[in-house]
Design a protein around this ligand. Structure first.
Ligand code: GLN
Length: 543
């Protein structure tokens, strides 16, 4: 029997609802339950793929090629369960489906309305593609009280009714602010937020209260009384020093125990084994050293745009027992003379994924610095493309080397990909195509060359990694580049698409066309990040 937990948020946004959901998933999993997490986003974009990373944060790509909300990254990192296309939906997607059905005539005779047609589509989504999971955790994006989330709240209200209490639960996350001037914790915003939820017919079964500090029993009793919830189901969620502490923090305050009780499930004897998390916390809190990595990108104003990347670097640190300091640098500053020498202080340089011409020459300058000064270099997607352009210009003497992403150029070392294979199918694109959802997206296989650095790092020959890009390194330049010392060490199985390049004469210089950061987990750090951080540690011993 699959049970559904609906997670809403109140008072303010950015309370960490995604992390809370992910942590709850991890706790249920530690109890031996199979979990799946999903996100229902009330905005009108069909997916976040066309939104600016500095608006919405990173676009998280699933194996099956969906562009999704970054919370799905938290879910995967905390539970290890690979997210699927059917784990994230938006108002835009729901309406697109409803309107397509209307045009096909599927509702013939009916007036198509928010209730029941839109709410039915939301419910259908929430219940879809469920295998044998014991729990599906559905997080509703946004904050209760937003106009746009109303159809979602109505849909989960109906679901709660249809599934019954033994198969559904409502969890509400709120903020309990501490007013310094009054020296008091304030429960009123939580009371109001719960009232708002009750006004659309949802009575929360559990309230999770984000707070700077632990909430004393008196305040929890007050919240319980005004919000109509048993006091043991008012859980305090104080700030913690690392996100990896969240599952244990919730467990210590009884969250999963109360949830089990709600569903009438048996509480097993003995303590829950959360050693997986204690090991991670221990490594984060007691590092044996530190390294500094410069991340040279252009979405540095909002670090959520590099969420998975920052996490994966941390995981590389956990694997090596060091703290990773990240220096987020806007690449444009390297476009002026000499600024690039600021990079002398770091032990590793990483150019992450990116789009568009702005800042590209600054990234190329950073790659050049890394190459010439033997600083470990990790190029991801756009960072690989810039590395190949730099090598083409500097090592192979192809002066006009560029990417057609920035317009026509004499030597399109990086060009628009118009046709590629996925399994037994051929996918085609043209330059005038729509921008939404039309990149090379999702998991693709890659074959690693024997004796290459990446072959050694992965410990296997065939790997699968997730992609999100429109342009591709042009295989026609392979011979010229290899003659200049650039090794094409990873290729698509048909040998047409360069997936990885490396410089054998450099201590650690790897460019990958995919996004390895999307698959890294704290308890299973990605081998490329582990190896990159190790190389940075070696450099810190050298300099
Ligand atoms: N803009 C590049 C492309 O579309 C790289 C994309 C990325 O870094 N994710 O190919």
């Amino acid at each position: 029997m699959t049970r559904f937990v609906f997670i809403t948020g109140g008072v303010v946004s950015s309370l960490g609802k995604g992390l809370a959901s992910a942590s709850l998933g991890a706790l249920l999993q530690a109890r031996g339950y199979r979990v799946r997490l999903r996100k229902l986003d009330p905005y009108l974009n069909v997916d976040p793929g066309t939104m600016s990373p500095t608006q919405h944060g990173e676009v998280y790509v699933t194996d099956d090629g969906a562009e999704t909300d970054l919370d799905l990254g938290h879910y995967e990192r905390f539970t290890g369960v690979s997210a699927r296309r059917t784990d994230n939906v938006t108002t835009g997607r729901i309406y697109t489906n409803v309107i397509e059905k209307e045009r096909r005539g599927d509702y013939l005779g009916a007036t198509v309305q928010v209730i029941p047609h839109v709410t039915d589509a939301i419910k259908e989504f929430a219940l879809s593609n469920v295998d044998d999971e014991d729990f599906v955790l559905c997080e509703i994006g946004g904050t209760v009280g937003d106009i746009e989330s109303l159809p979602f709240l109505e849909a989960i209200r109906q679901l709660g009714n249809e599934l019954g209490r033994e198969r559904s639960m409502f969890l509400h996350l709120t903020l309990v602010p501490y007013l310094k001037s009054a020296g008091e914790l304030k429960t009123k915003p939580t009371q109001h937020s719960v009232k708002e939820l009750q006004s659309v017919g949802i009575q929360p079964d559990m309230i999770l209260c984000r707070c700077e500090q632990d909430i004393p029993a008196g305040e929890r009793r007050k919240i319980a009384l005004f919000c109509n919830v048993p006091v043991d189901n008012v859980i305090s969620a104080p700030d913690v020093s690392t996100i990896y502490e969240v599952p244990i923090c919730y467990h210590d305050r009884g969250m999963d125990q109360q949830m089990i009780k709600h569903f009438g499930l048996e509480e097993p004897e003995g303590d829950l084994d959360l050693s997986r998390w204690t090991h991670i916390i221990d490594s984060v809190k007691n590092p044996e050293g530190e390294v500094t990595i410069a991340v040279v990108g252009k979405y540095t104003d909002l670090l959520d745009s590099y969420k998975s990347l920052a996490e994966a670097l941390d995981h590389g640190g956990i694997a090596n027992n060091v703290r990773v300091n990240m220096n987020w640098i806007d690449s444009e500053i390297f476009e002026s003379e000499d600024a690039v020498h600021h990079l002398s202080d770091v032990e590793g340089i990483l150019v992450p994924g990116g789009f568009g011409e702005r800042g590209a020459e600054g990234k190329i300058a950073a790659v050049k610095f890394a190459r010439e000064h033997n600083v470990p270099y990790f190029g991801i997607c756009f960072g690989m493309q810039m590395a190949v352009i730099e090598a083409a210009r500097s090592l192979a003497g192809i002066e006009g080397a560029g990417s057609t992403e920035f317009g026509a150029c004499t030597d399109p070392i990086v060009g628009l990909m118009t046709e590629w294979t996925r399994g037994n199918e051929v996918e085609r694109r043209a330059s005038g195509d729509n921008l939404g959802g039309t990149m090379r997206l999702g998991a693709y296989d890659c074959t690693l060359a024997d004796d290459s650095l990446v072959r050694q790092i992965y410990g296997e020959t065939n790997i699968s990694e997730r992609h999100r890009h429109r342009y591709e390194v042009n295989i026609n330049y392979r011979d010229q580049l290899e003659a200049a010392g650039v090794r094409f060490s990873g290729l698509s199985p048909d040998g047409i698409l360069p997936e990885i390049i490396e410089l054998p004469d450099h201590p650690w210089y790897v460019g990958v066309q995919f996004h390895p950061e999307l698959k890294s987990k704290p308890f299973d750090p990605h081998p490329l990040f582990t190896s990159f951080i190790r190389a940075a540690m070696d450099r810190s011993r050298l300099v």
